[in-house]
Design a protein around this ligand. Structure first.
Ligand SMILES: NC(=O)c1ccc[n+]([C@@H]2O[C@H](COP(=O)([O-])OP(=O)(O)OC[C@H]3O[C@@H](n4cnc5c(N)ncnc54)[C@H](O)[C@@H]3O)[C@@H](O)[C@H]2O)c1
Length: 343
């Protein structure tokens, strides 16, 4: 049984724990430790009840300063730094870093020095060199080598668009792309107007406005698909919904295509090599229909438009649940390589 720990038990950290309990992967891995600065009473409460994903389907208890879920103990600590936790004593195989506090190798190295053997980070690193690999599951999980110590799971938006771009890259070919994320509100925005360290737009109430924020999505895509370097523009709009986001991709193709041809190709990939990562629908959905959907990307075939070489695609994704499930897939895939390459 693979022993996992979570650092930063917020939206993604809590989704990870739930997603594992709802997945067959629970037979192969277990969360044995959580480090979260918040108090234990709040940790227990927010594990039991979730405005977005509902009640936890298993009994959640507070026991001996930690959590007990369906009888399984999880040690809980409240450190603010990697050194504040005795990671070595917890004997974990992999730390899932979900605090969003670390984008540099020097920061993650502190966990390694404190006794964690490997770290999977829930955000893109500052640049490619800051991790041993940046992985979008379904596209480049072959990069998960047993000697890797720091792996980034990229971002939820990267996980949504990279499988699509990858499928169209060679044929019909992509000359240039403009990608817009329409993203649900996040915990880095205030409920009412309030101060933000770096971004004046993020001082505004998340409830009231569509808020353009900066995004590293263009760089994130180029990191995974270097053939698109210098040919991507990305934009990110935060909207007042709790969860589930949409991506709009406008692609200048290298040859003429039709909407039917593009949809057929994406539908075949969703039913075949990318099953579980990519999905395809032609029903008249709204975003809330995809709450708790584990796919990284659900193509809305009704929104595909082609004019000559100009293609417009739209895809939905549960930015929390899809991403948490991909972190588990990456953890599982990476762990198989430890076994294989060290055997
Ligand atoms: N929410 C999403 O949809 C989403 C999707 C993909 C990736 N991410 C990324 O995952 C990261 C976390 O996002 P989130 O939405 O879960 O944020 P969040 O604010 O809900 O959770 C972060 C948690 O980390 C804790 N924390 C703060 N400082 C800490 C420290 N020093 N040590 C340990 N824990 C600490 C906070 O108390 C909080 O509970 C971010 O980098 C975000 O970009 C988020």
């Amino acid at each position: 049984m693979l022993r996992l720990a979570i650092n930063g038990y917020g939206r993604i950290g809590r989704c990870l724990l739930r997603a594992l309990h709802e997945s067959p992967l629970r037979e192969r891995m277990a969360v044995v430790a959580i480090n979260e600065p918040a108090d234990l009473e709040s940790i227990v409460h927010l594990t039991r009840y979730d405005s977005t994903h509902g009640r936890f389907h298993l009994p959640v208890e507070e026991r001996e300063g930690g959590l007990r879920i369906d009888g399984q103990p999880i040690a809980v600590s409240h450190g603010n730094t990697p050194e504040a936790v005795d990671w070595a004593a917890l004997d974990v195989d992999l730390l899932l870093e979900c605090s969003g506090r670390y984008a540099d190798r020097s920061g993650i190295d502190r966990f390694l020095a404190a006794g964690v053997p490997r770290v999977l980070v829930s955000n893109p690193m500052r640049n490619a060199e800051q991790a041993d690999a940046t992985v979008v599951y379904g596209v480049n999980e072959t990069a998960l080598h047993c000697d890797a110590r720091i792996v980034s799971n990229a971002s939820c938006t990267t996980n949504c668009v990279v499988p699509l771009l990858h499928l169209l890259l060679d044929d019909p070919g992509i000359e240039a792309a403009v990608i817009t994320a329409v993203h649900s509100a996040m915990n880095d925005q205030p409920l009412q107007d309030g101060y933000h360290r770096t971004d004046l737009r993020r001082t505004r109430s998340a409830l009231q406005s569509i808020i353009p924020v900066s995004t590293g999505l263009g760089r994130g895509v180029e990191r995974l698909l270097p053939a698109l370097s210098g040919r991507i523009q990305a934009h990110h709009l935060r909207v007042p919904t709790l969860n589930v986001s949409a991506m709009e991709l406008c692609l200048q193709l290298r040859r003429d295509a039709t909407a039917e041809e593009i949809n057929r190709r994406l539908q075949n990939a969703a039913a075949g090599p990318l099953a579980g990562v990519l999905s395809f629908t032609e029903r008249p959905h709204a975003s809330c229909d995809f709450n708790h959907d584990p796919h990284s990307c659900i193509v809305d075939g009704t929104q595909t438009r082609v004019t000559g070489r100009l293609l417009r695609l739209m895809a939905w994704f549960d930015n929390e649940w899809g991403f948490a499930n991909r972190m588990l897939d990456v953890a599982e895939c990476w762990s198989r390589n430890w076994v294989k390459e060290t055997a």
